[in-house]
Unconditional design. Structure first.
Ligand SMILES: *Cc1c(COP(=O)(O)O)cnc(C)c1O
Length: 388
């Protein structure tokens, strides 16, 4: 089927929720992708930070196929080894005590929200249910996570939204002002991704942490995008030197398969009991096998490589004409430019480079294993398109 035919079918039969770019992703190797007609693309997007090790990674494929050859799904009525092994790995590497598995970022956050409210209910009884999130945040598209998302533009059509969510400026003062006696949790992204690749300030986050600890308000860190090596640490909270109570993650966790994880630290260890939450697909053994393969290879050496590539990209991006500012952490980069970001992204695509946008910025999320020559080719195209 040609691209034109695929596009026609897509437009006829798929709900029009996505403004797609003009290409079909067909196959590839690492950070190099091809469309159906053989056109080559350097990938600075990883399918929105999902394909951690690019596409067609042999070790990852072997792990996934080995599990496919055993059993593809069992449901959570039974024990499966990949899920148990992955939970152990996540706890050992983060200090979390328990993990709940789901299939996406929104679901991982949904579980975080439920766990926070239950923690407070168990300890203080009814009424202490408020959750404070940040302005300009993004937490997902379900009703609860959409409510948690601190962007007015997204709070349309679907009324009524959930009760008990409040939005703060991304500072300690901002958060303190919005918290009340009824607040059970503060939820934040350490680098706001969809909101424009905006890292929070370390000192502000540390003060928010201290304030939360003092008032027994749970600190939930949404690492759906920043997690799993993306920022050059396994999880961005390590970079910030804080101790969260709940961490949610998804995107890059399973290297391209749908998997969400909500990590519960000490305070929340016993909050979720039998029947309190659940998911039919959550923690699917194939996805978990993929995630184990990714996590095992996300060692010190690879994380240092991510930091090195990040520094290299920061330097070169900062020199491009018409780039006002480079923001971000690790291989999660934002470019403030004097041009229209969507138009730049479309022109990059025409010239063989996949980039993303976030608000009015260009957003770069290359595979963590991207090669030096792929980075250079991508930077060259970006330079041409932005500086022209
Ligand atoms: C992408 C994202 C989500 C939502 O994840 P889905 O898998 O699309 O549900 C939530 N939070 C953050 C920070 C994200 O980047």
């Amino acid at each position: 089927m040609s691209f034109t035919e695929t596009k026609k079918l897509d437009e006829k039969y798929i709900a029009g929720t996505y403004k797609r770019f003009e290409t079909e992703i067909f196959e590839g190797q690492g950070a190099t992708l091809y469309s159906e007609d053989g056109k080559k693309y350097i990938d600075f997007g990883s399918g929105i930070a999902v394909n951690s090790f690019g596409v067609n990674d042999q070790i990852w494929k072997d792990a996934v196929i080995a599990q496919l050859n055993k059993v593809q799904h069992a449901s959570n009525l039974y024990y499966t080894r990949p899920q148990a092994e992955l939970a152990k790995l996540l706890c050992e590497r983060t200090g979390a005590k328990k993990v709940f598995f789901s299939n996406s970022g929104a679901e991982a956050n949904e579980c975080a929200i439920k766990a926070a409210r239950k923690y407070s209910f168990d300890k203080y009884g009814e009424g202490r249910y408020e959750i404070v999130t940040l302005k300009n945040s993004f937490h997902g598209r379900t009703m609860a996570t959409l409510t948690a998302t601190g962007q007015d533009a997204m709070h349309k059509y679907f009324m009524p939204f959930l009760d008990g969510f409040f939005y703060a400026e991304p500072t300690y003062e901002g958060v303190r002002k919005v918290c009340s006696k009824k607040t059970c949790a503060v939820m934040l992204e350490l680098v706001q991704g969809e909101g424009g690749v905006r890292p929070l300030e370390i000192e502000q986050v540390k003060e928010i942490e201290l304030f939360c600890k003092k008032n027994d308000i749970l600190l939930i860190i949404d690492e759906v995008q920043t997690g799993n090596g993306r920022t050059g640490k396994l999880y961005a909270f390590e970079y910030y030197g804080i101790q969260p109570d709940i961490v949610s993650t998804a995107k890059g966790l399973a290297g391209g398969l749908p998997l969400g994880a909500t990590m519960l630290f000490e305070k929340c260890e016993k909050v979720l009991g039998a029947g309190d939450h659940g998911s039919t697909f959550g923690g699917n053994p194939v996805a978990c096998a993929g995630a184990i393969s990714i996590l095992k290879r996300l060692d010190k050496e690879l994380l240092l490589e991510v930091q090195g590539k990040s520094a290299y990209m920061f330097t070169h991006l900062g020199r491009i004409k018409n780039v006002i500012k480079v923001t971000g952490l690790g291989l999660m980069l934002g470019l403030e430019i004097t041009k229209n970001a969507r138009e730049v992204a479309e022109e990059c695509l025409r010239r063989g480079l996949i980039v993303l946008t976030a608000k009015d910025k260009i957003r770069l999320l290359p595979p963590l294993t991207i090669k030096k020559d792929e980075i250079d080719t991508g930077l060259k195209i970006l330079n041409e398109v932005i500086s022209e």
